[in-house]
Design a binder for this molecule. Structure first.
Ligand code: PEP
Length: 248
C-alpha cells in the first residue's frame, strides 16, 4: 500500500521559535490520512523531534554523509540523524547537486547509508530548464533515477521526489501533463527496477507547490504528495497543502 507524504524542506531557514508551527500542524492533523514530515536545518532536528513526540508530524534532515563517522569536518552521518530522532533525510536535492557537485553515485551512496541507518531517503531528481527545452527531460530524469536509487529499495525504505530545477523557488511549475508524463515514466522504471515493490514507492512532486496549485497536482496519477520548500515554513502556508493531499 503506497503512502502519501507532504514533506517540507526548510533549507537554511528557521530558528528555535520557528518550531511553533509544528504545534499547529500537530493540532490540525492528528489524523491527516497522509504522512507529514518537516526537514529543518540540523540544529533544529532534536528539538523538533522532542516537540513532535506525540503528534503525527515526523522530522527529517536535508543531507547526510555516506560514512557512519570519521574525519569529515562539518558533515553529519545518517546514524547520527537517526540517533537524533529523524525518520527521513533528503538526498540529492538539486541545490546540493549544483553547489557541492554531488553526482548520482554520491546520491545513491547517501541513500544507501540512510537506509542502513533506518532513515527513509527522499531522493531528489529533476531536469534543468535547458534540458527541458532541449527535449531531454525524460532521459535525464530516468538516468538520474537509475543511478541515484539503491538496489533492493521498497515502499518502506524509499521516497522519490521529482523536482524540476527551474520550478524550485521560482513560482513556475510544469504543466499538469508534463508532471503526469514524468511520474508515469518514473513509476514504470521503479516497477522495472523493483518489481511489485516499485508500485509501493511514494513519488513526490516538488517545485513551487502552494495552496493554490496543490489540489490540481495531487489529482495527477502517481503523484503521491509533495516536497515543499518556501511554503513549508509556516503553518499558514503548509496546512492547506497537507489538507489538499489528505483530501486527494
Ligand atoms: C525545494 O527546495 O525542494 C522546493 C520544492 O522549493 P519550493 O517549494 O520553494 O519551490
Amino acid at each position: 500500500m503506497r503512502r502519501k507524504l507532504a514533506a517540507g524542506n526548510w533549507k537554511m531557514n528557521g530558528k528555535l521559535a520557528s518550531l511553533e508551527m509544528l504545534d499547529s500542524l500537530s493540532q490540525s492533523f492528528g489524523d491527516a490520512g497522509c504522512d507529514i514530515a518537516i526537514c529543518p536545518p540540523a540544529h533544529l532536528i532534536l528539538p523538533a523531534v522532542e516537540r513532535c513526540a506525540s503528534g503525527a508530524v515526523r522530522i527529517g534532515a536535508q543531507d547526510c554523509h555516506t560514512a557512519e563517522k570519521g574525519a569529515f569536518t562539518g558533515d553529519i552521518s545518517a546514524v547520527m540523524l537517526r540517533e537524533a530522532g529523524a525518520d527521513y533525510v533528503i538526498v540529492g536535492h538539486s541545490e546540493r547537486r549544483a553547489a557541492y557537485t554531488e553526482t548520482d553515485a554520491d546520491v545513491m551512496h547517501k541513500a544507501a547509508a540512510a537506509q542502513t541507518a533506518n532513515l527513509i531517503p527522499i531522493v531528489c531528481l529533476g531536469e534543468s530548464l535547458a534540458e527541458r527545452e532541449a527535449g531531454q527531460a525524460l532521459p535525464v530524469i530516468r538516468s538520474q533515477l537509475k543511478h541515484s536509487v539503491p538496489a533492493g529499495s521498497t515502499g518502506a525504505t524509499l521516497v522519490v521526489a521529482y523536482e524540476p530545477i527551474w520550478a524550485i523557488g521560482t513560482g513556475k511549475i510544469p504543466t499538469m501533463a508534463q508532471i503526469a508524463e514524468v511520474h508515469a515514466a518514473l513509476r514504470q522504471d521503479l516497477k522495472t527496477a523493483f518489481g511489485a515493490a516499485g508500485q509501493d514507492i511514494t513519488l513526490l512532486y516538488g517545485g513551487s507547490v502552494k495552496a493554490g496549485n496543490a489540489a490540481d497536482i495531487f489529482a495527477i496519477s502517481d503523484v503521491d504528495g509533495a516536497l515543499v520548500g518556501g511554503a513549508s515554513l509556516t503553518a499558514e502556508d503548509f496546512s492547506p497543502i497537507v489538507a489538499a493531499l489528505s483530501a486527494a
